[in-house]
Design a protein around this ligand. Structure first.
Ligand SMILES: Cc1cc2nc3c(=O)[nH]c(=O)nc-3n(C[C@H](O)[C@H](O)[C@H](O)COP(=O)(O)O)c2cc1C
Length: 372
């Protein structure tokens, strides 16, 4: 592998992924001034995926996040994206996305005028200041999102009681359903040496709460009983309030459908907005609660939910359709943005390597010939 490709892959592995699972499998080929990648969902991750990763949607979305990073890193090396191929097998787990890059003839003064910056983003789960977002910046975000035909950006009215209730319901299921709780605790890491997952120190909670999480992680059945006995209420209320009130603005991105392109575009657009938000020194936190509802709607006969949870999900789905025109039966991903002075350490990543795949570049010229 050339130094250039190794560098691109390492930098792109900073992309976001649900639960910091980093579920990417990378193949590549480099010939002269062309570089191609094929990105699919890592087989090792697929052996024990997160319950939030419904039908591989969260992973496909993370492939979009990875794609956005690759495009940003490639530009710094004078390469730009010239072609994209979606190998959509109607099953996201076995599908893949191919990206073809070509070297630019951009002059250095042209490059300087673009003010290219290395892509960067971070999750900030702490409270943000409650001041409104700059109107011009709001417009810029909306304009950026409107470039994606398969994705729609919804600005949320934070004061809407229906929206609050819907988010609260989904958070309740996340903290009281055994399968979701198990998955939540699995993705939180308590040791400094782990390269996957979310460090407990980055959850935006107090030292005491961190110790509760550590205890529950090691005593899941007891934690489950206590949360279901009523302890979940305070946690759910705190998380929902922090997300809804301690920020400037909330948005949700909605994908058209479950197709590979829609999920990839959702992730690409999401990561693009996130990089933009952070580049303006604003903070950002995703909200993946929509995946709780998606898990039900994707497989309503799967027995993981009890009747009370089903009613909470049905209620949320109806409330969000009414309040924000969001459709929880298709992929959605939310986020809050706001001003904060909190310095957040970088979250961990595992080393990521690609594999050489001869013929990748050629497969693009075949489509070009076909389409001519
Ligand atoms: C599909 C998806 C869903 C996510 N859901 C949440 C969420 O519900 N809450 C949260 O705090 N972060 C969420 N995140 C953020 C990830 O946890 C975060 O990207 C990952 O831990 C890596 O950390 P970093 O983005 O700060 O580098 C989500 C990210 C993605 C891509």
């Amino acid at each position: 592998m050339s130094e250039r490709i190794a560098n691109w892959i390492t930098k792109a592995s900073r992309a976001a992924s649900g639960g910091n699972a980093q579920p990417w499998d990378i193949q590549f080929e480099e010939i002269n001034s062309q570089i191609a990648f094929r990105i699919s969902i890592d087989k090792q991750y697929q052996r024990d995926p997160s319950i939030m990763d419904v039908a591989g949607v969260a992973s496909a979305l993370s492939i979009g996040c990875f794609g956005r990073y690759l495009v940003g890193v490639a530009l710094l090396d004078n390469f730009h994206l010239v072609n994209k191929k979606f190998n959509d097998l109607n099953d996201l787990w076995s599908s893949s996305v191919e990206l073809l890059f070509e070297k630019n003839n951009m002059q250095s003064n042209e490059k300087n005028s673009l003010k290219l910056q290395e892509p960067f983003h971070q999750t900030n789960r702490y409270p943000y200041k409650k001041i409104p977002l700059d109107k011009l910046f709001e417009k810029q975000l909306e304009e950026r999102a409107s470039r994606y035909s398969t994705v729609k950006l919804h600005r949320i009215n934070k004061e809407d009681v229906n929206f609050r209730k819907a988010l609260n319901n989904l958070e309740t299921v996340r903290w009281t359903n055994y399968n979701f709780l198990e998955s939540l605790f699995k993705e939180i890491t308590t040791s400094d040496t782990e390269q996957l997952g979310i460090p407990v120190t980055q959850l935006g909670i107090s030292f005491l709460e961190q110790n509760f999480i550590k205890f529950f992680k090691n005593n899941l059945d007891l934690g489950f009983s206590m949360l279901n006995f009523g302890l979940h209420k305070a946690t759910v209320q705190k998380n929902t309030e922090n997300f809804l009130t301690n920020c400037s603005q909330i948005y949700f991105l909605q994908a058209n459908d479950f197709s590979l392109q829609s999920c990839f575009d959702l992730g690409y657009c999401f990561q693009d907005l996130w990089i933009e938000v952070n580049s303006q020194k604003l903070s950002f936190q995703p909200n993946g609660n929509g995946f709780v509802a998606l898990a039900y709607w994707h497989a309503p006969n799967n027995k993981i939910f009890n009747p009370k949870e089903i009613s909470l999900i049905e209620d949320s789905t109806q409330l969000l359709t009414q309040s924000s025109e969001l459709n929880l039966k298709a992929p959605v991903l939310g986020f809050r943005v706001g001003y904060s002075d909190k310095v957040i350490p970088l979250s961990p990543r595992k080393p990521l390597k690609g594999r050489l795949e001869n013929g990748l570049i050629n497969s693009f010229s075949l489509i070009r010939i076909k389409s001519n």
